[in-house]
Design a protein around this ligand. Structure first.
Ligand code: MG
Length: 306
């Protein structure tokens, strides 16, 4: 299933939807029509666990192609928000998780050329999240080196504490797309929370594809364009630490909880690693895509104080 958080108008509240063909079907309204109590938020559905997903699936099976009147809106008529507009905790970011990105970073940034022996983990605050189409802010007083990073995001479904690699993927609710926007000139003593954690630095969406529809998260093409020009293209097969390893590693020391997000790292082709280096500027448009999930498109907008 492709799940979205959406609203109908600027004044309307955020709702949980499921995509059926070119329709956005409201999950709670579908539940009402089917006599089921279904959640109206993404976190509500994640918290409802497997029974919640099963109930939603049963309702979709029950109605089939006959979506009840009033439950569905053309996808083109809704505004998509970030699938989880306000994560409960910081997003877990994984640095240096693709071979060629380790190499380009070692040349251009202050990171080591040796492959990391353990996942390199940082975090991005919930306030960094923006939804599809929302502007990536560019403050010229803060950065002259704004950079892009397309990433597969894994969303945790079940509390994970010290889980093994073999069972780890069973704790995943689904997958999405995230851009790990990075102001390269704001790294502080090797710490990345400022350079990657600023407001608007976590474009996220357009949907969460449930894990049952992505049985192998390590075989997905992912790519990113700036102004229509391809800058990154790779496949999640090239991750150094796979999604199951990341979950096993993090959960050994930090409990992963429903709704937690892991941005699994970016492949080569970031602006810092290009010759000459390239950066994002106001007026640019960034589009990030992961195969089987979708694309998010974001304009870069000047927010420098007057
Ligand atoms: Mg990254």
């Amino acid at each position: 299933m492709k799940l979205v958080t959406y609203r109908l108008g600027v004044e309307a509240g955020a709702r949980l939807g499921v995509i059926v063909d070119d329709l956005c079907v409201d999950v709670a309204d579908l539940g009402l029509a089917c006599g089921e109590d279904l959640p109206d938020t993404m976190l509500g559905l994640i918290d409802a666990g497997r029974p919640g997903l099963s109930a939603l699936r049963a309702c979709l099976d029950e109605v089939g192609a006959d979506i009840p009147v009033g439950c569905a809106t053309a996808l083109s008529n809704v505004t998509l928000l970030a699938p989880i507009p306000r994560p409960r905790k910081n997003i877990f970011g994984i640095g240096l998780n693709y071979l060629d990105h380790v190499a380009e970073s070692a040349q251009a940034l202050d990171t080591a050329a040796d492959l990391p022996k353990q996942p390199v983990i940082f975090s991005k605050p919930p306030t960094a999240v923006i939804g599809p189409g929302q502007p990536i802010p560019h403050d010229a007083e803060i950065t002259q080196q704004l950079d892009w990073e397309v990433e597969l995001a894994a969303i945790i479904g079940t509390t994970a504490r010290r889980v093994s690699r073999t069972e780890a993927l069973g704790y995943v609710f689904g997958y999405s797309v995230m851009i790990d926007v990075s102001a390269r000139d704001n790294r502080r003593a090797g710490q990345w929370i400022v350079s990657k954690g600023m407001d608007g630095f976590a474009p996220f969406g357009p949907c969460i594809v449930t894990a049952d529809d992505i049985p192998n998260p390590q075989d997905l093409d992912l790519w990113l364009t700036v102004n229509g020009v391809e800058k990154q293209r790779s496949n999640t097969a090239k991750m150094l630490f796979k999604v199951d390893e990341l979950i096993a590693d993090i959960s050994r020391v930090i409990t992963l909880e429903p709704g937690d997000i892991i941005a699994t790292g970016t492949p080569e082709g970031v602006g810092a690693g290009r010759k000459p280096q390239e950066w994002l500027w106001p007026g640019d448009v960034v589009v990030a895509t992961v195969e089987g999930i979708g694309s998010i498109r974001h304009p870069v907008v000047n927010v420098t104080p007057a």
